[in-house]
Design a protein around this ligand. Structure first.
Ligand code: ADP
Ligand code: MG
Length: 795
């Protein structure tokens, strides 16, 4: 329990009225004559007495500050100014620009205090109202007129429909007050040019709760009322009439009721039997501040002029009575929904529940999942891109490999055309041997016609093939043994100058070009892949063509041998018919030659039939090998022709000149040496054949390898195609998923917006309904009261 804090403030006297009649000593005030002699001995003591020189700052500091601080702590607080018109109430509450009043100072102080309290969070709302002619009007919203007072079990007494602005700083409040001041009712009276014709109540509701929220869920709610009352006045003095008179009546009535309330509250003997708070709106609103749960201070202002002495005395009486009132202020901790902070929390919770009910969270989760999935696919696509690049690079390598293989085949073809070389060699040989008379010279010094001579293989040019090459003979398409017999010129011509390529060929074996298997493909370079595949197909068909050509070689060779054999038989028959003497050396030579050639042809036939056991082909296109056999055939024919003409010449010579035995012996010797040369030539041809055979074998192997490679490439391309189509399919699915998710999201967003809009509408509708219900309720209540009083009067 604590007493109301009461102070008296004497305003400075108007200049024309001279010095103040009131003397202020500490917290006492007494009336003095102008000559400094007291009119009465009575003096009044109050909590504070402020003389004319006091400032609003000092009033605030000594009287109000504690209450304001207490309000921040959770106590209800009320400060109001009471006094006759023009005594300085408004000056004290509102102040001037240089000396702001209690209200402005309180507002600033509240926020300063809040900022000092770090462990609590605050919510402040303000309202500003006036009681004019016993009607409550909202100063912050002019449309809110004639508001009603209601009582709620939890909220207590409150003005229904009063606008409450939630504020975050002092300046915001001061602006609101300024705007509210404009709406206040002022009037001009004799006593005050700008006289307040209404009671104004500036109210701050301060809610707070601990930031940690651990100790308790309690919310502190305190109400701070800063009241500037309209001044009591004597009608005669104010000179009021009409509207002003009516206003004055209301003002006086409410102030009288306030006095009654204070009288009753101060009368301890009556133990507060009935306090007529309800008699006026002012007392009803101020009920908690008067003898209730609030810290209250009253500043009673008095005008120091002599002609106001009666009013001043009345004010001092009022103050003295008020001083006796005790209040029981306590921190208002609320555990119910009354606190706005808690209500807001509940509202948020409710909205969240509503949103949850709409499966928004599930959808959000789905959207999140889809986004993650999309991200994954994008990463996969990136990875596939890189892989595709890698594949392309490998494919290029393979292409190069195929090209090398092609070159290798070309080289083999060139090798096969070595017969060109032989033929040319033979032709050169024949031409060089032929003299103008059509005969060959063995050497330049001898003019004697002789048997055909063959250039023996020059051993000085024989070169061994490189160790490097022979070391990798497994991969070589060429015969290894050839190195021991071929001279450099031969090699050059066989390969058309590509001797160095022989090593290159064996360094690029097909088996070493195995591409790594593809894992996944992508659509990004699909067209390029298709192009690449087409190229591959083209190359494959070319390779097949070439393979067919290679396969035909033994067949062509075999045909050539057969032709050769036929021609040879004709030649032999012709030659035999020409030789009459069966025992002549020419006949012997022909016999020997026939035996050699027959044996050679037989060997050739056997070898070709062996080669063709593996592969059979009916094609009859021309091939370089056929030229080789053609050369062989021509060579044989030439040799036979030479032998024939030689024999004929010798026969003629022997017949016509009949030379002696010595000449015959010499001739025989010559023939024998020629036979040796022919045998050597035969051996050479046999070697050549062997070479051809090995070459064919190598070509076949290489062909098989190529076939395998082509097959592999084909499979690879197919799998690549499959993967690309799969990838495209997956991309399409992802894109459609993404589209659907976006659609869902949009729908959900729209739905949420609609819901929010709906909630807003519902809130507005609810507020309106509530308001009308409240007014309806109060109307009914008042009617019932009237009926009750009528009923009670009736008997
Ligand atoms: P009330 O509100 O009680 O009717 P006002 O506050 O309007 O009276 O004061 C009337 C006049 O007296 C105003 O012009 C005001 O400036 C002046 N006044 C009141 N109190 C003081 C004071 N303490 N110091 C200086 N001037 C004052
Ligand atoms: Mg005033």
């Amino acid at each position: 329990m604590e007493k109301i804090c009461v102070a008296v403030r004497v305003r400075p006297p108007a200049p024309e009225n001279g010095a103040s009649l009131w003397k202020v000593e500490d917290n006492r005030i007494s009336l003095h004559k102008s000559l400094d002699t007291p009119i009465t001995t009575a003096s009044h003591a109050f909590d504070h007495v402020f003389d004319e020189s006091s400032t609003n700052a000092s009033v605030y500091e000594l009287l109000t500050k504690d209450i304001i601080h207490a309000a921040v702590e959770g106590f209800n607080g009320t400060a109001f100014a009471y006094g006759q018109t023009s005594s300085g109430k408004t000056f004290t509450m509102t102040g001037s620009e240089t000396d702001p009043g209690i209200i402005r100072r309180s507002v600033r102080d509240v926020f300063e205090r809040i900022h000092m309290i770090s462990d609590r969070e605050f919510l402040i709302r303000v309202s500003y109202m006036e009681i004019y002619n016993e009607e409550i009007n909202d100063l912050l919203a002019v449309e809110n007129q004639r508001l009603q007072i209601h009582e709620h079990l939890e909220r207590g007494v409150f003005v229904a429909g009063l606008k409450e602005e939630i504020v975050s700083d002092a300046e915001q409040i001061l602006k609101l007050i300024d705007s509210g001041e404009v709406n206040r009712h002022f009037g001009e009276t004799n006593m005050n040019v700008h006289s307040s014709r209404s009671h104004t109540i500036f109210r701050m509701v301060i809610e707070s709760r601990g930031k940690d929220n651990s100790s308790s869920d309690a919310i502190r709610v305190s109400v701070l009322n800063l009241v500037d009352l309209a001044g009591s006045e004597r009608i005669a003095k104010t000179g009021a009439g009409g509207v002003r008179l009516q206003e004055g009546k209301y003002i006086n009535k409410s102030l009288m009721i306030l006095g009654n309330v204070i009288n009753k509250l101060s009368d301890s003997t009556k133990l507060r039997a009935h306090i007529p708070y309800r008699d006026s709106k002012l007392t009803r609103i101020l009920q908690p501040a008067l003898g209730g749960n609030a810290k209250t201070c009253i500043i009673c202002t008095i005008a120091p002029e002599e002609h106001h002495i009666e009013e001043s005395k009345g004010t001092l009486q009022f103050a003295s009575r008020a001083k006796r009132i005790t209040n029981c202020a306590q921190v208002n901790e609320i555990l119910t929904d009354a606190a706005l902070l808690k209500r807001q929390k509940l509202e948020i919770e409710e909205l969240r529940m509503k949103l949850q009910g709409s499966h928004a969270e599930v959808l959000e989760q789905e959207i999140l999942n889809l986004s993650n999935q999309m991200l994954k696919y994008e990463l996969e696509c990136e990875r596939l891109k890189t892989q595709l690049e890698e594949e392309k690079r490998k494919q290029k390598e393979q292409e190069n490999c195929i090209k090398e293989q092609q070159m290798k085949i070309e080289n083999l073809n060139n090798f096969v055309t070595n017969s060109d070389f032989k033929r040319n060699q033979s032709e050169d040989f024949i031409i060089s041997r032929k003299t103008p008379d059509g005969l060959c010279n063995v050497n330049d010094t001898s003019d004697v016609p002789g048997t055909p001579c063959f250039k023996s293989t020059s051993r000085s040019f024989v070169v061994a093939r490189s160790n490097n090459y022979s070391g990798l003979s497994d991969f070589s398409p060429m015969v290894h043994s050839l190195g021991d017999v071929a001279d450099e010129d031969t090699w050059m011509k066989l390969n058309k100058g590509f001797v160095a390529d022989l090593d290159q060929i064996q360094f690029t074996p097909a088996v070493k070009c195995q591409p790594t298997p593809l894992s996944i493909a992508t659509t990004v370079k699909f067209n390029e892949q298709v192009l690449l595949s087409n190229n591959l197909m083209q190359e494959m068909s070319e390779l097949k063509q070439e393979t067919l050509t290679v396969k035909e070689i033994p067949n062509r060779l075999s045909e050539s041998v057969a032709n050769c054999k036929d021609v040879y038989k004709d030649v032999i028959v012709t030659m035999k018919s020409l030789i009459t003497d069966k025992e002549s050396p020419t006949a012997n030579l022909l016999l020997g030659t026939t035996e050699i050639t027959t044996s050679l042809l037989a060997t050739l036939e056997t070898q070709f039939s062996m080669i063709m056991d593996g592969q059979k082909t009916g094609s009859s296109i021309d091939h370089p090998l056929s030229d080789h056999w053609e050369t062989l055939r021509v060579n044989l024919k030439n040799t036979t022709t030479l032998l024939l003409s030689d024999a004929q010449a010798k026969d003629e010579f022997l017949n016509s000149h009949n030379k002696g035995q010595e000449t015959a012996a010499l001739e025989e010797k010559k023939l024998k040496s020629e036979l040796i040369i022919i045998k050597e030539r035969y051996n050479e041809l046999e070697n050549e054949l062997c070479l051809d055979k090995q070459l064919l074998e190598a070509s076949r192997e290489s062909h098989e390898k190529l076939i395998k490679e082509v097959q592999f490439l084909k499979e690879e391309r197919d799998s690549l195609d499959r993967k690309i189509s799969q990838s495209t399919q997956r991309l399409r699915v992802i894109a459609s998923d993404k589209e659907n998710a976006l659609k869902d999201l949009n729908v959900e967003v729209k739905r949420r917006k609609d819901m929010e809009e709906e909630i807003k509408h519902i809130s507005i509708a609810f507020a309106t309904r509530h308001k009308s219900f409240v007014s309806f309720h109060s109307e009914i209540k008042s009617k019932m009261q009237k009926l009750t009083t009528q009923n009670s009067k009736a008997p």
